[in-house]
Design a protein around this ligand. Structure first.
Ligand code: F6P
Length: 272
């Protein structure tokens, strides 16, 4: 790609390269074909955009073929060690939050309980700001255990205090199950409440990026290319505490970025 190939793309969601999870790249033959293509086009360095899976593939590719690769953190889940925020996260959160605001109108006017499922297979990074910013009563995420009984108690207590609408934000990977599974159990215990489930799904993965995401992507895009020019390889460029850092792929793959438990407490305090 030339720099002209990416003009008029900063405002777009998705990927113009159409690069996505590749089954072929998981095989030795697929990676060999990728290497042959790089040689054909005289490409001697790569920027890999993605998360854990992408960097696992990049590490393998570097070991097998010696092509230097610098990574850019691109996942809406924000669960990557080595950067405070991943590219796409802010946009996904704002999209989900906007939807929750709209759901709240029905919750409030029809006096209902809404179980809203957001993305996050292994993490509650999307769920947490949506719960705080959306004024949810409960947030359920993989990183902290909230039992169905606790959910039932919280709703019952609110109901006893004449609270008539509730929003429960659930990360799809929560240990108690997805929103439908949680809602079914809660509905059985609290039949007097009018409950609904909304699964936000892939709306969170598209759309025009927020200003914060455009800025982050631009900063990191420059850092990946400059990193390659300066001889970096097998690392991901990220921003930690407002500073550019390069983190080895092995750390981004194996180390966990812990969600701040203080946020859990904020949901409890603010939802009373
Ligand atoms: O890893 C990012 C992510 O958006 C997860 O939050 C979600 O579980 C998954 O991708 C969805 O993947 P797919 O589009 O393949 O169903």
């Amino acid at each position: 790609m030339e720099s002209a190939s990416v003009s008029n793309t900063i405002q777009k969601g998705g990927t113009i390269l159409k690069s996505a999870r590749s089954q072929d790249f998981m095989t030795k033959e697929g990676r060999q074909e990728a290497f042959n293509n790089l040689q054909k086009f005289e490409i001697d360095g790569l920027v890999a955009i993605g998360g854990n899976g992408t960097f696992t593939g990049a590490t393998l590719f570097y070991e097998e073929f010696g092509i230097p690769i610098v990574g850019a953190p691109g996942t809406i889940d924000n669960d990557l060690y080595g950067t405070d925020y991943t590219i796409g996260y802010d946009t996904a959160v704002n999209t989900a939050l906007d939807a929750i605001d709209k759901i709240r109108d029905t919750a409030d006017s029809h006096e209902r309980v809404f179980f809203v499922e957001v993305m996050g297979r292994d993490s509650g990074y999307i769920a947490m700001p949506c719960a705080i910013g959306g004024g949810a009563e409960i947030v359920m995420i993989p990183e902290s255990v909230i039992s169905i009984n606790q959910v039932i108690d919280t709703l019952q207590n609110g109901w006893n205090r004449s609270k008539t609408s509730f929003i429960i934000v659930i990360a799809e990977g929560d240990e108690e199950g997805n929103a439908t599974e949680v809602a079914n159990q809660v509905k059985a215990a609290l039949p007097q409440m009018d409950a609904r489930v909304t699964i936000l799904g892939h709306v969170q993965r598209g759309g025009s990026p927020t200003a914060a995401d455009r800025l982050l992507a631009s900063q990191i895009g420059i850092a990946t290319v400059e990193g390659l020019i300066n001889g970096k390889k097998d690392v991901m460029a990220g921003i930690v505490n407002n500073r550019l850092v390069y983190t080895p792929f092995k750390d981004t793959i194996h180390k966990k970025k812990i969600i701040n438990q203080r946020f859990m407490r904020m949901v409890e305090i603010l939802s009373v």
